[in-house]
Design a protein around this ligand. Structure first.
Ligand SMILES: [Zn+2]
Length: 381
């Protein structure tokens, strides 16, 4: 409807009738059904004035009892419930409504970053919706139609309350049980192909992380779990494809291996990253726990400096459905770190530390042992 002028107390007409019916739908005004179409239904009376003010108060807009364009548009947006209409990204005129805000809130609750919950279906919301669709096996068309709405309702119902994403992740880990047998773990050597990553002291990251990944893979196989590498010694893949590979494989866990470098030769140590986004206050709780375990095991078994665990939104961390970490093991620009990493025995210790962290992730707390004490034979399923 074309809405130019403002309506207030004592006004009469079809526009007032429409305003009153919108307020009634929101439960703010009782409209006598029998009176519909009569003069009283079209009158901006005292009850209408009170209802408009209450609505304005709720919405955080100016409370003046006057229905101008701002209040009218807010009334119009407030009537939409998720599932009432098909939602999609219309660049020329963004769809706006409470249904869009509900969609955004649900996406955020499940860890899909659609930016702010602003009730406007913009590009970020479309992107997050596509990711959600991809994750639940729907066609990723970025449109919220009946099938997507159904998937959203079903998932949301299971995660209401508390920190839904964290709870769901933790439950999956508990359900998975303490043994590594049967678990599918993706070991991702970073870079590869023409992309060699960082280098220093005669070492190159792509080659070294592949060699380390092969050691981790061998140890995981010895525990009865299945380990897949994302690439061969010479292959390469971008981060999005690596995440898709892990998702398609239905992996339990993703471990991405990297090394770092810095212009200062003094910089050194080991850091582990998990998915987390401070802007929306969301992070992967299991990812964080696993990242901390990796740090504890590596830094407990070696003299690499502990640079701790940190949240990041890198594609591999954000787009993987399962807990994922990226370990930056040592600085090739640091003579001490590079010297250690060049030693195959040292890389064996690193591989053992990573596998011990994996085992510890699945162990119930009462069966946990001291950091650095788990040895591979004890981990055999
Ligand atoms: Zn790297």
């Amino acid at each position: 409807m074309f809405f130019e002028r403002s309506y207030r107390r004592s006004d009469v007409g079809p526009a007032v009738a429409e305003i009153r019916s919108k307020l009634a739908v929101l439960g703010l005004l009782v409209v006598d059904v029998d009176a519909t179409g009569s003069l009283s239904a079209a009158l901006f009376d005292e009850a209408t004035d009170r209802a408009v003010r209450e609505f304005q108060q709720q919405r955080g807009i100016t409370v003046d009892g006057i229905v101008g364009p701002q209040t009218y548009h807010s009334l119009d947006e407030a009537r939409w419930r998720l599932g009432d209409r098909i939602l999609s990204f219309v660049p020329a005129r963004l769809l706006a409504g409470d249904d869009v805000a509900a969609l955004q809130q649900r996406l955020l609750d499940m860890g899909f970053d659609c930016g702010r919950v602003d009730g406007l279906f913009g590009a970020e919301t479309e992107q997050a919706l596509r990711e959600f669709q991809r994750n639940v096996g729907l066609r990723p068309d970025g449109t919220c139609g009946p099938a997507t709405f159904k998937a959203l309702s079903q998932l949301v119902r299971t995660v209401v309350g508390g920190r839904p994403h964290a709870m769901r992740e933790s439950e999956a880990i508990t359900r998975a049980g303490p043994t590594l047998s049967g678990k599918l773990i993706i070991v991702d050597p970073g870079h590869g192909g023409d992309d060699r990553g960082v280098d220093g002291h005669g070492l190159d990251e792509a080659g070294l992380v592949y060699e380390l990944a092969a050691r981790v893979e061998g140890r995981l196989a010895a525990t009865g779990s299945s380990a897949f590498l994302t690439r061969g010694p010479d292959g390469s893949m971008d981060e999005v494809d690596r995440a898709s590979f892990a998702n398609a494989a239905g992996a339990d866990l993703v471990i991405s291996l990297h090394m770092d470098a810095h212009e200062s030769a003094d910089a050194g140590g080991c850091a582990t990253y998990f998915y987390g986004n401070d802007r929306i206050g969301h992070h992967s709780a299991v990812g964080e726990r696993f990242a901390n375990l990796v740090q504890r095991e590596i830094c407990g078994r070696t003299d690499l400096q502990d640079l701790r665990a940190h949240p990041k939104t890198w594609d591999l961390l954000r787009r993987t459905r399962m807990p994922a970490v990226r370990i930056e093991i040592g600085y090739l620009s640091n003579p001490g770190d590079a010297g250690r990493l060049a030693d195959p025995d040292f890389r064996d210790v690193l591989a053992e530390a990573v596998v011990a962290a994996v085992q510890r992730l699945y162990l119930p707390p009462d069966q946990d042992t001291d950091t650095g004490s788990l040895r591979i034979p004890a981990l055999r399923a």
